[in-house]
Design a binder for this molecule. Structure first.
Ligand code: GUN
Ligand code: ZN
Length: 437
C-alpha cells in the first residue's frame, strides 16, 4: 500500500489533561505517516523521517497543527434545515419547529439530500465521528448510513423511538420500533465504519412498553450504542416526574429499563443529583454536554465540578439544531464560558481532549479513533493558526500550546479547518467545492 506523510505540528493525547500534566503530546516539528487508512507512525520528524518508505510524498505543512478528528457525541441530522429557529425554550421549540421538520423525512429523497449536506458540514468543521439522531422513519437512518459509508466516515446513528406525546404522523409503536431497530442493526451495525445506536428520543415520548422493548434490544445487542436526552430543562424534568411517578429521578427511568451502561450516551445531564452522577460513573454511561444548545434554549448550566467529583464520563457535543453551530471549536468556546459561570476553569487543552481522545475513550472507541496513535484509523484535522486575519494576529503572539488551543477554541470555526482526513483520505479542503459522492 502507498504511504502518505504529513510534516506539521502534531497534537495527540495519552490521558486526561485534568489528571496528568503529560497527557497532551505535542510535537512542534512532527511527522504523521499513514498507510491503508491507518496511522503507522506519529511523532518527532527527526526521529521518524528515516522510517519513510522510499518515494513517499511528504505534505509540508509546518505552519499548521494536526489534531485527531473531532467527535461530536450528540447531534440531530434532521434538524440541519431548522438550526437557529427561535422559541421560548425546549418544549415549544420541539412542537413548533422540530416535529414538523422531522416529518419531511418520510420522503427518502429529502433524507438523502439532507444527509449529504450534513456529512459535508461535519467534515468542513473537522468532525470525523458523530453520534447522530435520525427521525422515527427507518429510511432516515438508511439515508445517513449510506452517505457516511460512501465517504468512509466512522458514524454512530439510530432511528428515533417515539410512540406517544408527539404528533400522530411521527409515532412508531413499541413493536414496530423494536422491529425497525433490529432490522437496522442487522443492516448497519459494524458494517465498515458504521455503528448503530438505540435511540429512544427521551422518556416523555416513549411508553413504558417501548422503553421495555428498547431494554430487550440493548440486552440482545450488548455492543450497540444507546442515546437519549436526560434532565435538560426544568419544565421537561417536571413533566417527566408526572409521567413516571414512583421513580427516584429522571435518570432512574433509563436505569430501570437497563439503558445505563458503557456506550450509553445521555444528552445534557444538567438537572442530575449526586446519586444520578454516581450511577452514571458506576455504569460507564456518558454525559454529553451541549453548551451552545443549553445557552440558546436557556436550558441551564452543566456542572463540570460535580461531574468530575462523581467520576461521571463527559464528552462535548453540538446538539444541532438545538445547538447553534456544527463547529466543535465553537462548542468549546461556549463550554468554556458555561464552566466559567459555574466557577470552573476549563482549559483549552482539556477541551481538545474532551472533543477527541476523551470522547473516544468514553465511547469505548479509543482503539479506533480519537488519537494519532499507531494503529488508529487515520481521522485527523489540519488546523490553520492563520485561518482568519484575527486568528493570525492573535496567534502571532501565542506563547504556549494552551494559548494556541485557546485561541482556536474561542475564535475558531470552519474557517480554521484547512483540511479534514477520514481513514487517511482527504475528505474536505477549505474553499474547495463540495462534491456529492
Ligand atoms: N429532547 C427531546 N428531543 C430533543 C431534541 O430534538 N433536541 C433537544 N435539544 N432536546 C430534546
Ligand atoms: Zn438533542
Amino acid at each position: 500500500m502507498t504511504q502518505t506523510a504529513y510534516r506539521a505540528q502534531l497534537l495527540t493525547f495519552n490521558g486526561d489533561p485534568a489528571q496528568s500534566s503529560n497527557a497532551a503530546v505535542f510535537n512542534e516539528d512532527g511527522l504523521l505517516i499513514v498507510e491503508d487508512g491507518h496511522v503507522v507512525a506519529s511523532g518527532a520528524y527527526a526521529a521518524l523521517s528515516k522510517q519513510l518508505a522510499a518515494g513517499t510524498q511528504v505534505s509540508e505543512m509546518r505552519d499548521k497543527l494536526i489534531v485527531p478528528g473531532f467527535i461530536d457525541t450528540h447531534i440531530h441530522y434532521p434538524q440541519t434545515d431548522m438550526i437557529a429557529s427561535p422559541a421560548p425554550g425546549l418544549l415549544p421549540w420541539l412542537d413548533t419547529y422540530t416535529f414538523p421538520t422531522e416529518r419531511r423525512f418520510e420522503d427518502p429523497a429529502y433524507a438523502r439530500d439532507t444527509a449529504s449536506f450534513f456529512v459535508d458540514e461535519l467534515l468542513a468543521c473537522g468532525t470525523t465521528t458523530a453520534l447522530v439522531y435520525c427521525t422515527v422513519h427507518k429510511g432516515s437512518a438508511d439515508a445517513l448510513f449510506a452517505e457516511s459509508e460512501a465517504r468512509n466516515v466512522r458514524m454512530v446513528a439510530g432511528k428515533v423511538l417515539m410512540d406517544r406525546n408527539c404528533p400522530e404522523f411521527l409515532r412508531d409503536t413499541a413493536q414496530s420500533g423494536y422491529d425497525d431497530s433490529a432490522e437496522l442493526i442487522g443492516r448497519w451495525h459494524n458494517r465498515g465504519r458504521q455503528m448503530y445506536a438505540l435511540t429512544p428520543r427521551f422518556a416523555p415520548t416513549s411508553t413504558e412498553a417501548q422503553l421495555e422493548a428498547c431494554g430487550v434490544l440493548a440486552r440482545e445487542h450488548p455492543d450497540v450504542f444507546i442515546q437519549s436526552h436526560v434532565a435538560e430543562n426544568r419544565d421537561e424534568v417536571k413533566w417527566v416526574a408526572e409521567l413516571f411517578p414512583g421513580h427516584r429521578s429522571y435518570l432512574d427511568i433509563y436505569d430501570h429499563y437497563g439503558l445505563l451502561r458503557r456506550r450509553a450516551v445521555y444528552g445534557h445531564c444538567i438537572y442530575l443529583d449526586g446519586e444520578d452522577r454516581r450511577r452514571m460513573a458506576e455504569t460507564g454511561a456518558v454525559a454529553s454536554h451541549c453548551p451552545t444548545s443549553n445557552l440558546f434554549l436557556g436550558s441551564g448550566l452543566f456542572d463540570f465540578d460535580a461531574a468530575g467529583e462523581a467520576g461521571m464520563p463527559v464528552a462535548l457535543a453540538t446538539d444541532v439544531g438545538g445547538g447553534t453551530s456544527f463547529s466543535m471549536l465553537q462548542t468549546m468556546n461556549e463550554a468554556h464560558k458555561v464552566a466559567r459561570l459555574n466557577g470552573h476553569h476549563l482549559s483549552a487543552t482539556r477541551m481538545f481532549w474532551l472533543a477527541t481522545a476523551g470522547a473516544a475513550e468514553a465511547l469505548d472507541l479509543g482503539d479506533k479513533v480519537g488519537t494519532l496513535a499507531v494503529g488508529s484509523e487515520a481521522d485527523f484535522v489540519v488546523l490553520d493558526p492563520a485561518g482568519t486575519p484575527l486568528l493570525a494576529r492573535r496567534n502571532a503572539r501565542c506563547e504556549s500550546l494552551e494559548e494556541l488551543l485557546f485561541a482556536f477554541a474561542l475564535l475558531g470555526d470552519d474557517r480554521a479547518v484547512f483540511e479534514t482526513y477520514s481513514a487517511g483520505r482527504l475528505a474536505h479542503r477549505r474553499g474547495a467545492p463540495r462534491v456529492a459522492v
